[in-house]
Design a protein around this ligand. Structure first.
Ligand code: BG6
Length: 514
């Protein structure tokens, strides 16, 4: 696969130095990637495999990069490498060799998260690496990836700030990558933000929402603003409702204890689905600069009116509480449908239905934009269903448009069909990168477009905090549903009530390759 990425009007190859206009920070030279929490699940399953994929595509050069794993357990470099090895994909020929080369770039340092000694040792190791690479101006680039629980973010950030900042004599930068949950409500999120904010500037903080790294989520801006088709239609005059749906066909599986503290609204809706919502509903940014895009996201979030509890359905699948780590009386929702309404000129009156559930009958994530009926319909096509634009985020990435056509044959009858852009068919042989790969690469490039800004996070919590408090206080109850079902019936009723018209007897089948 060609090792290049597109950015604004240019494309940058892996070897080309990339200097950001606004900051003039060199993006070349020695790069140290430090994975804190190196022996944890997130690091093993997501961070290291993403780094490996970047390495094998040539985005991480072995003469520039060194990777440091940091955690409490006292293990050797070799032991950490062995732990990681099994998670690295090695599909093609020569894969094993590449894995070994990659693993050799990793060094392990053990230390506590709240004591200086370990971080001083880490700093020394990074510095030695920087010096050994014949450092020149711009060659102390330090990326700290916190694959850790957020409760330790403040203390770890403090340690980094006081013991591990990039060496100013070498130039370069220090960046911090953190991941949700960013707090449990507005107050706790704001507290966390200010603790980190006292230590690092906003341009140094990269808050990951991995949905922003998905191919079709990244396509939304282009789809909406680079196609004349959609410009006049994308508003309350033509769109009846929008659904943003996340479904999983498995339960909390071994994560019950963690999940029960958060629930589906905090785990999926307040972050992943809300980010998608922003990109679907926001106004056109004045440019592609990250700050301009994020300004528009904040604006649309601030235009969301308080959630009406009548437009919320919560569910919990039968058997969820059988998990020994889940309390017997848990009211934590594993399913939720929440309708958001936007008070602005474009969207007044259009329900945005955000739906997420675990242990359902299928696994998929999609955006479904349903258009209004054709006025003065002479074909009686309303019976067959409305036009819909569906953006299938996963699996089987696709964009398809459900529309009415003439049924082929002698009769003049109508049928529902689709204009179908299925990625597997249209882009054969193209590997769609993993979300984490792109986002780590963006961090190295210093591009914050696909990361959540502090005020965006605040606005997101403002929307959901009152609802979450009511759930936490047991004032809103989760209704039971059967695992492997569509979720609670009440959710379908709410959908109907919101004006969604379901098409019966028509189903889109992803095309298979011939
Ligand atoms: C995570 C949630 O953020 O996203 C998980 O914590 C969920 O509960 C996962 O399973 C889904 O991610 P993806 O990329 O598989 O849709």
């Amino acid at each position: 696969m060609a090792a290049e990425w597109r950015c604004e009007k240019r494309s940058y190859s892996k070897n080309e130095s990339f200097v950001k206009d606004d900051e003039n920070v060199p993006e070349t030279g020695c790069l140290s990637i430090i994975v804190l929490g190196a022996s944890g699940d997130l690091a093993k399953k997501k961070t290291f495999p993403a780094l490996f994929n970047l390495y094998r595509q040539g985005f991480l050069q072995s003469n520039e990069v060194h990777i440091f794993g940091y955690a409490r357990s006292k293990i050797s470099d070799e032991k950490l490498r062995d732990q990681i090895r099994g998670y690295l994909p090695q599909s093609k020929e020569g894969g094993a060799e590449e894995v070994t080369e990659f693993l050799q770039l990793i060094k392990y340092i053990s230390g506590l998260y709240d004591a200086p000694e370990g971080f001083q040792a880490l700093d020394k190791a990074i510095y030695e690496h920087e010096i050994s690479k014949n450092s020149m101006e711009g060659s102390s680039r330090r990326l700290f990836y916190l694959a850790l629980p957020p409760s330790v973010y403040p203390q770890v950030c403090k340690m980094i700030k006081f013991h591990c900042l990039n060496k100013s004599d070498l130039g370069g930068w220090t960046r911090i990558v953190v991941e949700k949950p960013f707090g449990k409500d507005l107050a706790s999120a704001e507290e966390l933000s200010s603790q980190i904010g006292e230590l690092f500037e906003e341009p140094q903080i990269y808050r990951i929402d991995h949905y922003l790294g998905k191919e079709l989520v990244q396509n939304l801006l282009i789809l909406r603003f680079a196609n004349r088709f959609f410009l006049p239609l994308w508003n309350r005059d033509h769109i009846a409702n929008v659904q943003i749906v996340f479904r999983e066909d498995f339960g909390t599986e071994g994560r019950g204890g963690y999940f029960d503290q958060y629930g589906i609204v905090r785990d999926i809706i307040q972050n992943h689905l809300l980010q998608v919502f922003c990109l679907v509903a926001m106004e056109k940014p004045i440019s592609l600069k990250p700050e301009h895009i994020r300004d528009e996201k904040v604006k649309v979030l601030q235009s969301v009116v308080p959630i009406n509890e009548e437009e919320v359905v919560l569910g919990q699948y039968d058997g969820y509480r059988d998990d020994p780590t889940v309390p017997d009386n848990s009211n934590t929702p594993t399913f939720a449908t929440v309708i958001l309404r936007i008070h602005n000129e474009r969207w007044e009156g259009v329900p945005f239905i955000l739906k997420a559930g675990k242990a359902l009958n299928s696994r998929k994530a999609e955006i479904r934009v349903q258009f209004k009926d054709v006025p003065g319909d002479i074909f009686k096509c309303q019976k067959q269903g409305r036009n819909e634009l569906v953006i299938r985020l996963q699996p089987s990435e696709a964009i398809y448009m459900k529309l009415t056509v003439k049924q082929p044959g002698l009769e003049m009858s109508t049928a529902q069909s689709e204009l179908d852009l299925s990625y597997r068919q249209r882009y054969q042989g193209v590997v769609i990168p993993e979300a984490y790969e792109r986002l780590i690469l963006d961090t190295i490039k210093g591009d914050q477009q696909h990361f959540v800004r502090r005020d965006e996070l605040k606005a997101a919590w403002e929307i959901f905090t009152p609802l979450l408090h009511r759930i936490d206080d047991g004032e809103l109850k989760s209704v039971p549903y059967k695992p492997g079902s569509r979720g609670p019936e009440e959710a379908d009723q709410l959908l109907e009530h919101a004006g969604y018209v379901q098409t019966h007897g028509y189903i889109w089948i992803p095309p298979t390759l011939s």
